[in-house]
Design a protein around this ligand. Structure first.
Ligand code: GDP
Ligand code: MG
Length: 170
């Protein structure tokens, strides 16, 4: 069986949305800040187990260039999204507030959406301003599974997207 699902990357600017997609889809990372224009859709097909069978899930990963683009395109962007990766940056606590706001936006657009949290940039150990406990508390309050990720090293990136994949076919 083969299915296709729209997944939105959501979160404040520069938290690592584009880098997480790039790591997951191409296994690459770039330290240069590349601000994409408009919206980019990347595609990756993964084999996901369901009830003893394998589902071929094509993840259509929607990634917006900027916060301005989100404000402008919000309803188009969120429409039809089956899931989302909500990203915050462990070095910037305020990005957790933006994450909460985006979770509410997506749940407004689709109450059935499957969500995962990526608390990103865990490789920047000295600059951490959000503790794992704070991330855990926020995720628990939202009732969303969370992963402490690094798009730079690849840490937990595969696990994050695979978890979302399983949630999307269950
Ligand atoms: P976006 O605006 O949310 O799409 O963020 P980007 O993916 O463009 O990343 C913003 C900046 O953070 C870029 O300079 C990236 O190289 C950097 N970045 C993203 N993820 C990580 C990470 O896990 N670790 C580190 N050290 N830098 C990261
Ligand atoms: Mg980006």
């Amino acid at each position: 069986m083969a299915v296709q699902r729209k997944i939105c990357l959501l979160g404040d600017f520069a938290v690592g949305k584009t880098s997480l997609v790039r790591r997951f889809v191409y296994d690459l990372f770039d330290d240069n800040y590349i601000s994409t224009i408009g919206v980019k859709v990347s595609r990756k097909t993964v084999a996901v187990p369901r009830d003893g069978n394998i589902v071929e899930l094509t993840m259509m990963l929607w990634d917006l260039a900027s916060s301005e683009a989100f404000d402008r395109m919000r309803s188009t962007y969120l429409r039809g999204a089956a899931g989302a990766v909500l990203v915050c940056d462990l070095t910037r606590p305020e990005t957790l507030d933006v994450l909460r706001a985006r979770a509410a936006d997506l749940r407004d657009a689709n109450p059935d959406a499957r969500l995962v949290v990526a608390a990103n940039k865990c490789d920047l150990a000295e600059q951490q301003r959000l503790t794992p406990a704070q991330v855990e508390a926020a995720a628990a309050e939202l009732d969303i599974p969370y992963y402490i990720t690094s798009a730079k090293t690849g840490g937990e990136v595969e696990a994050l997207f695979r978890r979302l994949g399983r949630m999307l076919v269950s």
